[in-house]
Design a protein around this ligand. Sequence first.
Ligand code: G6P
Length: 609
Amino acid sequence: MCGIIGAVAQRDVVDVLLAGLRCLEYRGYDSAGLIVVNSQGQSSRLRRVGKVSNLVCAAAKTMLLGETGIAHTRWATHGQPEEINAHPHVSTNIAVVHNGIIENHELLRKNLQDEGYTFVSETDTEVIAHLVNWEQKKGGSLLEVVQRVVLHLHGTYGMVILDIYFPGILIAARSGSPLVIGCGRGENFIVSDPMALFPLTRFFLYLEEGDIAQISCNDIIIIDRHSNVVQRRKIESHLEYDSYDKGVYTHYMQKEIYEQPQVIQNILAYRCKNGLISFDELDDSAYALLKKAQHIKIVACGTSYHSAMVAHYWWESLAKVSCDVEIASEFRYRQSVVRENSLLITLSQSGETADTLAALRLSKQLGYLGSLSICNVASSSLVRESDFALMTNAGIEVSVASTKSFTTQLVLLLLLVTKFCSLKDKQSLVEQDTLESLEKLPTYMTQVLLQDILFSELAKELSEKNHVVFLGRGDHYPIAMEGALKLKEISYIHAEAYAAGELKHGPLALIDTNIPVIILAPNNTLLPKLKSNIEEVRARGGLLYILTDTNSGFVNSERVRIIFLPHLKDVIAPIVYVLPLQLLSYYVAVRKGTDLDKPRNLAKSVTVE
Ligand code: G6P
């Protein structure tokens, strides 16, 4: 996690750094800091606990000037979110900002203490600052010094180093955490996400694993992991920047929930033409690989894991191909057996989630047929390192809690499964059926969102509860899980999801008159089974909220609230049923007054494991 920005210019860079940090805040917001140096070698460092806005306020009251600088917004790993632990960390003349984890920091700290260095923070990053200072004493340019330093580091880093005595130069090193150079005119930048530089430049050089770069106003030198000087391709970004505007909405999450019908309409218009699904990103070799696949393995984290779980049902029921889904952090550390002709699919909004990226890298050693990434960020590490990638085109998602990323992933997955059916069997009618169902999806989504007053009312009751249970069956079980995750993330109410058939195996013991139970009950073949589960909860006094079709036979009664949704074809039902859960969580969080776009302890892009 953590956001990094560095700048070398011929003008004061304080505002550039602060504006960049605001953009990077989705990566962490426990504390923030910066250091700037002017051409006379005078430096000033400022750090504050909490959001970037605290740093911005402090900067307005402080004399800060400098043409070279580095800045950081932190998601704490080692050491509490206190000012002393905020970056940049300094060792005499060396200042460092760092994203990642230095796993051997304790040993390095001990060695440096033996050399006479005093540590003031609990962070692993301070070790890097002292280590650079120590290595510098042996001579060489800062670039050469950093080349020697990284040999001592175990773990992950995206770091930027500044020598206060020699301003005008930044050294950046990447191993496990992304860094991108932004190329300006007579000024250059380094950043952990190019979006933070959009107001300044659209031209970027993506550092690769093991790269170390020396960046000055007019020059960029990149050394690869084998110590060769290399050129990285300059890429122009065409991404829209205006998504950072909340428009008429109070919160980004609210905006992103309401954007979903339009975003999905756009995806369908772009991907589905003349009754056929087209994936412009996939070439003949990608299709050949898909055709060969006899097993699908999907790895993901968080909300992306939940969409993978829904797709698991589709792969097996529609495409009749075996599929298994695993949390990336589990997959990467266990010994797994790869089935013959397995295709690995990684799912990620950001494309930078450390565990998902590690899972992809591991898969390359394990004998998978190949890798396909489904992602929202075209320039991300995951997309660049996968054999093939499909973009979800959700647009920028700012809120930490994913909403439109989830539904767009589902749409992409459904299109992919459907395309797979046609590839395997030219006579398959699945493509026609799916396209017919998807056609009306944006309309159904809009109908649900129009009921927002109802969800805001229901949120009144839920916001007073301490625990909530979500139930679903089949492809609505992962939707129940996503509903529980949303509620936990932004309202801090304890929520659990269960496959309704599992109730008797434990969760029923939780049910009493204080526990609301939210049940996803679309009118499908599992409804009779679900009705029995509902009776089991009702008999124990549970307070029921049932999301269902108009014609599924439920009626409101004491302690049972029915929320009617449109009647839907099975295949699109999960994509619609998640919307009420997003709205409920949103309104509960609004009532509780949480900082719902930036919930405590969380970050949008989890770039450390
Ligand atoms: C974090 C975010 C979640 C997201 C998860 C996976 O936990 O807060 O919203 O689902 O990471 O992120 P990814 O970018 O890989 O989808």
